[in-house]
Design a protein around this ligand. Structure first.
Ligand code: SAM
Length: 312
């Protein structure tokens, strides 16, 4: 294994145990990354199964294509955003899926590769695109976004207090080309001892905005259920509360049957229960896993199973 590309899969055993229910099924790893979960899922499947790996990062697809062992299930790799997974299924004439996996966020390769610009600890270009073919970098976003919009995204994605003050400070410094330009700009406004946790939240909010991460998750969830076979499962690992909350609320909504206002004599919404929770709360990494892989500390895994078919 090329250590440079290696990503230690988080909650690997929990994911494979909870996700794979049919050894001859079709599974889609929507966030292929270093292929750790993909391999673990593939190892549980037989040769009649298909496992599809999707990533928006060209490096992830190229590396996995040239490093996957051949025997086992059929393996497909596609460069695509996971919100567009239906295009991949259509291309391969697959109508239904037995399991979707999303392990959100960044791979170790992306974080550790200074050129990709995700690091706030090292000096790097202010890039942060998961796909280098996307147009706008974080530096572009800071230039093109107005003060109020910037304040809004700092508040929503980074929970920054008094975001307008920060947005004004940042806008007074643009153009900002590198992570140290941004850090210096923040120090000018807040002094040199600005808490590193706040700096991390500023970088997180830019990364979420550059990659439209919440929009991607929303669009994926809205489509995923209709492609799941009955008994098929959806497993999502989230690393921050915004994503985890979206997944939790989505599963809760899909667990409900009728959503008509109370008191109506007959149901008018025709909604039926589509999912049932497989994990009661979120599954977290053990202390042992956190000790050996600190990136697992904030991981929250939620798994749900499709029980209904629309209109049933
Ligand atoms: C945490 S890593 C996945 C690691 C992987 N599970 C493993 O075991 O190696 C997340 C990966 O998802 C990809 N990704 C994030 N958002 C995406 C999206 N909307 N569409 C496609 N890929 C995405 C990133 O490029 C990154 O490679």
């Amino acid at each position: 294994m090329n250590r440079e590309f290696y990503h230690e899969p988080v909650l690997k055993n929990e994911v494979t145990e909870l996700l794979v229910t049919r050894t001859g099924g079709v599974y889609v790893d929507c966030t292929l990354g270093g292929g750790g979960h993909f391999r673990a899922v593939a190892e549980k499947l037989d040769s009649s199964a298909t496992v599809i790996g999707i990533d928006r990062d060209q490096d992830a697809i190229a590396w996995n294509k040239s490093h996957m062992p051949a025997p086992g299930p059929s393996m497909i790799f596609e460069l695509e955003r996971f919100s567009q997974f239906d295009k991949v299924l259509q291309k391969h004439q697959i109508n239904s899926v037995d399991g979707f996996l999303l392990d959100l966020g960044l791979s170790s390769f992306q974080i550790d590769n200074v050129e990709r610009g995700f690091s706030y600890m090292q000096d790097s270009s202010l890039d942060m695109r998961m796909s280098v073919s996307d147009e706008a970098t974080a530096s572009d976003l800071l230039e093109e976004t107005g003060e109020e919009e910037l304040a809004d995204l700092l508040s929503r994605y980074g929970e920054i207090k008094n975001p307008l003050r920060m947005a004004e400070a940042i806008k007074s410094c643009v153009p900002l080309r590198t992570s140290s330009d941004l850090r210096k700009c923040l120090s000018r406004e807040y002094g040199p001892n600005l808490d590193v946790k706040i700096i991390a939240r500023v970088f997180q909010s830019l990364r979420i905005a550059v990659n439209d991460e919440l929009g991607e998750l929303r669009r994926f969830l809205d489509k995923a259920i209709s492609f799941l076979s009955k008994g098929g499962r959806l497993a999502v690992i989230a690393y921050h509360s915004l994503e985890d909350r979206m997944v939790k609320e989505f599963i809760r909504e899909q667990e409900q049957s009728c959503i008509c206002p109370p008191g109506l004599p007959v149901c008018r919404c025709s909604k039926s229960t589509m999912l049932k929770r497989v994990t009661k709360g979120a599954v977290k990494a053990s202390q042992e896993e956190i000790g050996s892989n600190p990136r697992s500390r904030s991981a929250r895994l939620r798994v749900a199973e499709k029980v209904g078919v629309a209109g049933e």
